[in-house]
Design a protein around this ligand. Structure first.
Ligand code: MG
Length: 218
């Protein structure tokens, strides 16, 4: 069982499902040649993909192009189904930093065949998590900066307010498609600047006032 670690709290959450949003920053959608979506694009990662800051991301044998994607991650604090944005906001109990590691070569092959992205997104170590901050301790304004560097070279840097679909709207929409349970996570999409990582690289990423994480690639 994978768990969420909370800053300044003994509260722990067992991670349920991880719902991820794709193409939620316009400049990232267009950098990969994709259209800007009219509704959130949703996929799932399994909890088995989770590792924590300080651990190692492993390249699967079936890919030569793994990309970094840094994302704001929402922690769901109660069970909800088909709720309004206001009730969705109330169900978000904390915030963390996540890496949605993606096998871009595999994903391109799958997209070209119209197949699901699963194999490109669900491999072991593909979801790296920081510690989380409870909303009781910090109110997110979306003016926070999100950033990622590889070997101390800045690759991604943007404001969270560039998200097309904001947290409450995203969680409300997802809850109209499937029940969200306490301990579920929502990866909210990555800003522009995604790129390849190589074995031996060190990734550092963070969100202002939330947390920083680091992971090496092997
Ligand atoms: Mg992503």
């Amino acid at each position: 069982m994978k768990r969420i670690k909370i800053k300044n709290s003994t509260t722990e959450f067992n991670i349920g499902k991880i719902v991820c949003v794709g193409r939620n920053y316009a400049e990232h959608a267009t950098e990969l040649g994709n259209e800007i979506p009219e509704k959130p694009l949703i996929f799932i990662k399994p909890a088995s993909a989770v590792i924590y800051s300080g651990e190692t991301i492993f390249y699967p044998s079936f890919s030569n192009e793994m990309h970094h994607e840094v994302e704001l991650v929402l922690l769901i604090g109660k069970d909800i189904k088909d709720v309004t944005p206001q009730d969705a906001e109330n169900a978000i109990t904390g915030y963390g930093v996540g890496l949605d590691m993606t096998l871009r070569d595999v994903q391109l092959q799958l997209k070209s065949k119209g197949h699901p992205w699963t194999i490109a997104k669900c491999f072991d170590t593909s979801a790296v998590l920081s510690e989380f901050v409870l909303k009781d301790d910090y109110q997110l304004s979306l003016n926070e900066e999100i950033h990622l560097s590889v070997n101390d070279e800045l690759r991604q840097k943007d404001k969270l307010n560039k998200m097309i679909f904001k947290p409450a709207g995203l969680v409300s929409y997802i809850s109209s498609l499937m029940t969200l349970n306490e301990g579920d996570l929502v990866f909210t999409g990555t800003p522009k600047g995604v790129g390849k990582v190589n074995k031996g690289d060190v990734i550092k990423a963070g969100i202002e006032n939330i947390d920083e994480l680091t992971a090496d690639v092997q």
